[in-house]
Design a binder for this molecule. Structure first.
Ligand code: CTP
Ligand code: MG
Length: 384
């Protein structure tokens, strides 16, 4: 953390349940291109902070601690956002001059935005908030759904975080024991001037599944994301042994002749493993599970996929998506495509997988019905 900057603490309220996002985890733990939302928020605050306090859902405190080690203090949040901030504020160190409050849900607000807020505090402001002009006309409506007022749009602003305050002002504001949807509203109550500065489109509050898509688009292609692609192929000849089972795309295909191979001969699974090793630069199928590793003789494709996932995860990679094409005359993949996708994806920890198939118009060993092949592409993200 930079030491030349004034002593700044960043409080990250992250204790919400994320009801509107509708994931099976609290919002702070939802993944966005290889990192959870709270990790994104913390990584952008880290360069400017002397102290970072995350208010987390009580039952996830320990898990979130493992993300950050000693860098971040993780505490259990409260029942409302204001309560979560208040609990974190009580942990701010004595020597801290400025406190920035930043929603974990605004995961992509840039470090520059934090710096601009701090610059205003340094120039003497006591409360600083980033805002955007409102493009929609905003109406006030009553309980029955009738419009009661149309405020002048040119005077309206949409408010973001990080919101910055001198420590004294924020402490005083929270001592009022009032509730607000942001911290500036508590400060306004004290008749203290709140300065607005230009916000960022990137600092959107991730609230709905559509917001995750928007945020993904902001991230992909930005220099903040290290994406890597890899390709893998595999081919096996049909076996002369009529009893050899046919395993393909993680499924058993009853009544189809199997293929020969050191393992179960699942060309789709093997091509995917190789594409993952290629994307991550961690060797290939042979170097990881080759014939010199007897424990992998006849190994199921699903097992090799899970092992590959463990190897690449340990090296810090996360799968963004995997696509595999099976090349051969039979079996016909279409009727079992959904099943195959499910089997492959679950072996890969739920990663998005697509499965396509083609014949080769009678050409080559696949067209002549001598065997099967598959080609796979994987996109992975190196987590930072
Ligand atoms: N927050 C918090 N403690 C609470 C409620 C919310 O720390 N008791 C945090 C959220 O984790 C989020 C920020 O306040 O980072 C803004 O809240 P919001 O975007 O509304 O998140 P959720 O409350 O999780 O979402 P929802 O309202 O859809 O349930
Ligand atoms: Mg909420």
């Amino acid at each position: 953390m930079r030491s030349l900057l004034p002593n700044t603490a960043v409080i990250i309220p992250a204790a919400g349940s994320g009801e509107r996002l509708g994931a099976d985890l609290p919002k702070a733990l939802v993944q966005l291109v290889g990192q959870t939302l709270v990790e994104h928020a913390v990584s952008r605050a880290t360069p400017i902070a002397s102290q970072i306090i995350v208010a987390a859902p009580a039952e996830y405190v320990n898990q979130i601690r493992t993300f950050f080690g000693d860098l971040v203090e993780v505490i259990a949040g409260g029942t409302t956002r204001t309560q979560s901030v208040k609990l974190a504020l009580a942990r701010v160190r004595e020597n801290i001059q400025y406190v920035l409050v930043h929603d974990a849900a605004r995961s992509l607000a840039s470090t520059q935005l934090f710096e601009r807020v701090i610059a205003e505090l340094e120039s003497g402001e006591q409360a600083v908030i980033p805002v955007l002009a409102v493009t929609d006309t905003v109406k006030k409506v009553n309980k029955k759904g009738y419009v009661t007022k149309t405020p002048n749009r040119s005077k309206l602003r949409a408010v973001q975080t990080p919101q910055g305050f001198t420590r004294e002002v924020l402490t005083w504001a929270h001592a009022q024991d009032l509730e607000g949807t942001d911290d500036a509203s508590l400060v306004e109550n004290l008749n203290i001037d709140v300065k607005t500065i230009p916000g960022e489109v990137n600092a959107l509050k991730i609230t709905t599944p559509e917001d995750i898509e928007t945020a993904t688009k902001y991230l992909i292609g930005s220099e903040l994301v290290d994406l890597r692609v890899g390709v893998g192929t595999d081919a096996h000849a049909y076996s002369d042994d009529p009893f050899r089972p046919m395993w393909l795309a993680g499924l058993l295909w009853e009544g189809h002749p199997g293929v020969d191979g050191h393992s179960d001969g699942d060309v789709a699974a093997h091509a995917i493993c190789d594409s993952l090793f290629a994307a991550t630069g961690l060797g290939d199928l042979g170097s990881n599970f080759g014939v010199d590793r007897p424990e992998y003789a006849k190994a199921a494709g699903a097992k090799l996929l899970s092992e590959t996932l463990s190897i690449i995860s340990a090296a810090g990679f996360e799968i963004h998506n995997v696509s595999v094409q099976i090349v051969g005359n039979k079996p016909k993949i279409g009727p079992r495509r959904a099943e195959a996708i499910k089997a492959l994806s679950s072996a890969l920890g739920g990663a998005p997988v697509s499965v396509t198939a083609t014949t080769t118009d009678g050409l080559g060993f696949t067209g002549e019905g001598k065997g099967l092949s598959a080609i796979a592409t994987s996109l992975v993200v190196l987590k930072r």
